[in-house]
Design a protein around this ligand. Structure first.
Ligand code: PLP
Length: 376
C-alpha cells in the first residue's frame, strides 16, 4: 500500500513538467533574470485572477507582510494586534517591521476572535494596526473586519498565505485590508519551485513604496530614499507561476473542495470533528483541519495506516522559546487567556487534501479515520 502524502510534488511535476521546460527555455533566451518582463506579466495575471488591481511580487510571504506593514508607515513600537495561532512568519514580520505584536485569542475556528478585537480596540485606542490570518483557507469575517476598520481607523494587512481563492460573504480575501500578503512556498495552493510571495492592494498609493522597499529602497537606479530589503521575485519563478501553475489553480482548488465535501460527509467517528467553518466562509481548503481530544492517538493510528498528517500548529507563537529572550528583539503583549487557540494546539490535526489525491485514497482516509480505535 502506498503512503498517502500531505503533498505530492512528484505527481505535480508530471503534470507541469513540459510547461516548466518551456519556461526555462523562454527565460534563458530572454537574458533577463531578475525583475523583468516575466515578473511584471505574472503580477498582472495574479491581479486578474484575484480581482485585486495591484500586485507586487517579492521573495516570500514573510517579506510580503513586512513590506505591507512598512508601507503603512508603522513606527517603531507601534502595537499590532494579531493571532497567536499561525505560521511563525506572521509575527516575525511584525517584529521585523519594528512593531510590537499584541496577541489575542482565536474563536473556535482558530481565527482571530473579532469580538475580542473589538473590545481591545475600544479600550486601547493606541492600537492602530491589525494582521488577521485566514488560517487553513477559512476566512475571517470580512464584513465585520470592514466595519471595525472604518469604526476604529484601523490599518490592516491581511495574511492570505493560505487563502488564495477563498471568499468571505462573496468577497475575496485581501480586499478589505489596506494591503494583503501571500506566499508561493511550495506547499501553498499556488506554490512555486522555491520561495516567493506577493503584496496585493486595492490602493495604488502604496505600490511605489512597496516596489521600492522590495529592491533596497531604490526609487531609481542607485537612488535610495528608504532602507529596503532584497526581496525580489525572480524571472524563472514568475514564469512558472504565470504559465504553468496559475492556469491550473482553479481546477486544483475545485478538487480540494470536492475532497473537503467528501470528508465532511464521510467522517463519522464520534471523537473527531471537522473544525467549525466560519460564517460566510467559502474556503480554498489549503488544509483540512479536524479536531479531536485524542489527537496523538489518531495521529499514530493514521501513521500506522500510512496516512500522513500534520499539526497546525503545535505551539502558540508567544510560547515559542525565542520569547524567552525579549532583550534580543523587543516587546510584545498577550491579552486574555488564549484558551481557544491553546485547545487547538492540542486537538488540531490536518488530513491530506492535495489535488492529486485519487477518490480511492480519499475513501481510504475516511475509512481509516472511522475505524480508529483510540488507545490511551
Ligand atoms: C506560509 C505562511 C507564511 C509565510 O510565507 P513564507 O513564504 O514561507 O515566508 C505566513 N503566514 C502564513 C499563514 C503562512 O501559512
Amino acid at each position: 500500500m502506498q503512503t498517502i502524502q500531505l503533498n505530492d510534488f512528484k505527481l505535480q511535476w508530471e503534470t507541469v513538467r513540459q510547461d516548466f521546460v518551456d519556461c526555462v527555455e523562454r527565460v534563458g533566451k530572454s537574458g533577463y533574470l531578475i525583475l523583468g518582463g516575466e515578473v511584471a506579466e505574472f503580477e498582472k495575471a495574479l491581479s486578474h485572477f484575484w480581482g485585486i488591481p495591484h500586485v507586487i511580487g517579492c521573495a516570500s510571504g514573510l517579506d510580503a507582510i513586512e513590506l505591507g506593514l512598512r508601507s503603512l508607515d508603522l513606527k517603531p513600537g507601534d502595537k499590532v494586534l494579531t493571532t497567536p495561532l499561525s505560521a511563525f512568519a506572521t509575527t516575525l514580520a511584525i517584529f521585523r517591521s519594528g512593531g510590537q505584536p499584541v496577541f489575542c485569542d482565536t474563536d473556535e475556528s482558530g481565527l482571530i476572535d473579532l469580538d475580542l478585537v473589538e473590545d481591545l480596540l475600544m479600550t486601547n485606542p493606541e492600537i492602530k494596526f491589525l494582521v488577521p490570518v485566514h488560517l487553513f483557507g477559512h476566512t475571517v469575517n470580512l464584513k465585520r473586519l470592514l466595519e471595525l476598520k472604518k469604526r476604529f481607523g484601523l490599518k490592516i494587512i491581511e495574511d492570505c498565505a493560505q487563502s488564495i481563492g477563498s471568499k468571505s460573504f462573496g468577497l475575496p480575501t485581501g480586499t478589505v485590508g489596506d494591503l494583503a500578503a501571500t506566499s508561493f512556498y511550495p506547499t501553498k495552493n499556488l506554490g512555486c519551485y522555491g520561495d516567493g510571495g506577493a503584496v496585493l492592494t486595492i490602493k495604488e498609493v502604496f505600490t511605489s513604496k512597496v516596489r521600492s522597499l522590495r529592491d533596497y529602497g531604490q526609487t531609481e537606479k542607485y537612488q535610495h530614499s528608504l532602507l529596503g530589503l532584497n526581496s525580489r521575485l525572480d524571472e524563472l519563478q514568475a514564469a512558472f507561476l504565470r504559465t504553468a501553475l496559475l492556469p491550473r489553480l482553479s481546477q486544483w482548488t475545485e478538487r480540494r473542495k470536492e475532497i473537503a465535501l467528501r470528508y465532511l460527509q464521510g467522517l463519522n467517528h464520534p471523537l473527531l470533528k471537522a473544525i467549525k467553518i466560519p460564517e460566510g466562509s467559502s474556503s480554498c481548503w489549503h488544509l483540512f483541519p479536524i479536531r479531536t481530544p485524542q489527537r496523538e492517538s489518531l495521529k499514530k493510528w493514521l501513521a500506522l495506516h500510512q496516512i500522513q498528517t500534520a499539526v497546525h500548529y503545535p505551539i502558540l507563537i508567544p510560547n515559542q522559546s525565542v520569547f524567552d529572550h525579549p532583550e534580543l528583539f523587543g516587546k510584545w503583549e498577550v491579552r486574555g487567556d488564549l484558551k481557544n487557540a491553546m485547545a487547538l494546539t492540542q486537538e488540531e490535526l490536518s488530513l491530506p487534501i492535495h489535488p492529486f489525491l485519487t477518490d480511492t485514497e480519499v475513501e481510504r482516509v475516511i475509512e481509516v479515520c472511522n475505524d480508529w480505535k483510540e488507545t490511551p
